[in-house]
Design a protein around this ligand. Sequence first.
Ligand SMILES: CC(C)(COP(=O)(O)OP(=O)(O)OC[C@H]1O[C@@H](n2cnc3c(N)ncnc32)[C@H](O)[C@@H]1OP(=O)(O)O)[C@@H](O)C(=O)NCCC(=O)NCCS
Length: 183
Amino acid sequence: MLILRSESASDIAAREALLDTAFGANRRAKTSERLRERRLAAEGLSFTAEIGGEFAATIRLWDIAAGPGCPALLLGPLAVAAHLRGQGIGCAMMRHALAEAAKLGHKAVLLVGDEPYYGRFGFRADVTERLWLPGPFERARLLGLEIEPGALQSARGMVSATGRFAPVPALGDLVRQVEMLAA
Ligand SMILES: CC(C)(COP(=O)(O)OP(=O)(O)OC[C@H]1O[C@@H](n2cnc3c(N)ncnc32)[C@H](O)[C@@H]1OP(=O)(O)O)[C@@H](O)C(=O)NCCC(=O)NCCS
């Protein structure tokens, strides 16, 4: 049975392993990562899917501004474990995450992704045509969804991160992490 639930601290290792496999070791070079690095995901908007206790999928949303004065969320990364794809888990995660974002009062969501997939949830490229990302991006893959109609009408300029900063790890923790990696 598929369970969709809020992400917990114990999911982080499995989530990071899935993202490494799904997007490759270079995933942190993506421009959308510039809007997530050193930030916490938006409050209440990190989700995990599990099946029979197995980590199956991850999705998170991030606080951003779609240009000055236009608050929005950035969706991603979304990934489903390779052997569980094509069973509707990705769609279930998307619908759940977007419904929770709407419940929390968010009015618009951006993402960088394939329109043939995200179009089914209402994401379109025309609502982002006056926006830029802080790095290289394919314009046709910068998509937006207006949860509230017209919410992206004033979206223009550079997209920027507005989320809470992640706590800086203590030096001792960093040293331990490096030691573990080197071991
Ligand atoms: C994209 C992804 C999240 C979809 O998850 P999933 O659980 O397999 O998706 P679902 O089962 O809900 O939906 C499957 C449908 O999406 C379609 N689909 C999947 N990836 C697609 C893509 N990149 N472009 C267009 N359609 C896509 C499938 O063809 C299928 O279509 P159908 O319903 O008409 O048969 C999953 O393939 C994945 O994790 N991929 C690797 C990471 C990734 O690319 N993430 C998205 C970043 S843009």
